[in-house]
Ligand binder design. Sequence first.
Ligand SMILES: Nc1ncnc2c1ncn2[C@@H]1O[C@H](COP(=O)(O)OP(=O)(O)OP(=O)(O)O)[C@@H](O)[C@H]1O
Length: 362
Amino acid sequence: MTGLLLKDIHKSYGAVDVIHGINLDIKQGEFIVFVGPSGCGKSTLLRMIAGLEEITGGDMFIDGDRVNDVPPSKRGIAMVFQSYALYPHMTVYDNMAFGMRIAKESKEEIDRRVRSAAEILQLTNYLDRLPKALSGGQRQRVAIGRAICRDPKVFLFDEPLSNLDAALRVATRIEIAKLNEQMADTTMIYVTHDQVEAMTLADRIVVLSAGHIEQVGAPLELYERPANLFVARFIGSPAMNIIPSTISATGEQTTVTLAGGKSVTLDIATNASEKGKKASFGVRPEDLQAAQSEDFLFEGTVSIVEALGEVTLLYIEGLVENEPLIAKIPGIPQVNRGDKVRFTADKAKLHLFDAEGRSYRA
Ligand SMILES: Nc1ncnc2c1ncn2[C@@H]1O[C@H](COP(=O)(O)OP(=O)(O)OP(=O)(O)O)[C@@H](O)[C@H]1O
């Protein structure tokens, strides 16, 4: 059975098109995360699924039913917002019960659902409190509890953790992961700016840019095999190093000449027609290792050392003008500003993109 099907979904505000034909097949019980730069249309897409924005073109199906013209309350969807939107004068219990009272559920059913949601979210001891007597994380859990009580088929989250401090974000993220396990049949769609949330929560991540999909895939698939430069740069932090290059030999393996003159051979097959073409060579900061021999990938001069304890970031000048490469080295290496360093990387971890930005590996 299909959880959710988006077919050529378009959205425009007046003459301005913001969503340009989204096709997406989301299975029941899947946890889908939308990521992308500010303004790419994540919230608009989520709000169209919720029924809070009109769909300009295309068809949307929930459990096989076309819902384009179905009002929000009839879609079997619950949404959790960034601002918790709790009623300040109502207790936690009443906040969670509110929607069910409006829907004229029986007292017993309301009590059963509120207590079960409170149990899942560890809110049982707070049911009599007012929101003002709760921490930000607890308030967000009440907002999630209120959504659970509606027993939705689809659960939508619009950046639910972005108002929380770092420690609470982690704790609440883990609550959401547990919730996803406990509500295994409920489809969840989650919008975030946070890479860690996307990587840890998602079954599949949808990377959006300027109103279209760049790539859909499991988190590690996107990390290891980005389909294009946009995804390569977007997933991973610090971002993948990209070095302009020219293809100098093709075949089972491909050799490129990097800006700066060094040649590198990659285990990526290319056609003879690619010879001489411009390409972008990519390597992630964490995939660079200090080279012990003459067999190095590139060398340069360290301009900045950022020691974070667990890892150290080295900014290395000398390959592409005004664009330092970043190497992420475990621990605290004995390296200082001004040192000359050489790096290498595992061949399987090297990336190559054509002049249009498409990966040669895909
Ligand atoms: N009511 C509106 N009228 C006109 N344009 C709008 C309206 N709402 C959103 N937009 C535009 O639609 C585009 C997508 O906005 P949306 O809020 O969906 O992006 P987003 O990816 O969620 O961004 P952010 O990460 O900053 O929240 C933006 O260019 C925005 O300016």
